[in-house]
Design a binder for this molecule. Sequence first.
Ligand code: MN
Length: 228
Amino acid sequence: MAFVIPTPPAPVLPVADSDGLFPVRRIYCVGRNYADHAREMGGNPDREPPFFFGKPSDAVVPGGGDIAYPPLTSNLHHEVELVVALGGGGRDIPVEQALACVYGYAVGIDLTRRDLQAVFKDKGQPWEMAKGFDQSAPVSALMPAERSGHPSSGAIWLSVDGADRQRGDLAQMTWNVAEVIAHLSAYMLLAPGDLIFTGTPSGVGALVRGNRVRCGIQGVGELEIALV
Ligand code: MN
C-alpha cells in the first residue's frame, strides 16, 4: 500500500532550549475561562461548566512569526492564553490525576474572527469558521513541566505595538488546568500530542495589518507575531 497523494506535514512545536519536537495531535480550546473576559463578552461570569471548541492541528504556527491577516473579517481579535500540552491522556481523568498527563506549557494566541463569530452566534450556527481558520493558533516553544512546574498563578499579558492590551493572572482562571483536563476528558479521549488553550483574560481587541504583537506568561515563555 502507498499514499496516493503527498502526506501532509505533521504539525509540531519546538521544545524550549532543546532540539526536541512535540507532535501536535489535536487543538482544544476553552471558552470564557476568566470572569472578566466573560463579562466583556456579555456573558455570565459565574462558574458554569466549561465549554469547548477546537481548531485544526495544522492551524498551529510554531514559535509565532509572520501571520497573514485572514480573509472574510474586519475584526480579527487577539486572545492570549496558557496552552497545555499533553504527554499522556485518557478518558474521565480525575482532577487529582490530571496534571500527571501534562508534558508542558506554552503561550498561545487564540486568533478569532470576532465579526464572523457574532454572526454565527446570532444565527445559532457553529463557530468553527470564526475560530479554526488557517494560522489561527500561534504557539510559543513548549516549556516542559519538569522545568517549569505546573503554574497556577503568574502574569499573563499581551501588547500590540508596545501598548498594553491584556494583563491578567493565571490565578484568575475560572477552571484551573487540572479541572479543564478532567472536564474535557469526559467529552473526548485525550491523548499525547493534544493541546488545550485555557481561555483568555479581559482586554481582547482588534488587530490590523502591520501590528506587532508580543505576549507572555511568567515562568512559561514569550511569543511574538506580526500581522502581514
Ligand atoms: Mn479563547
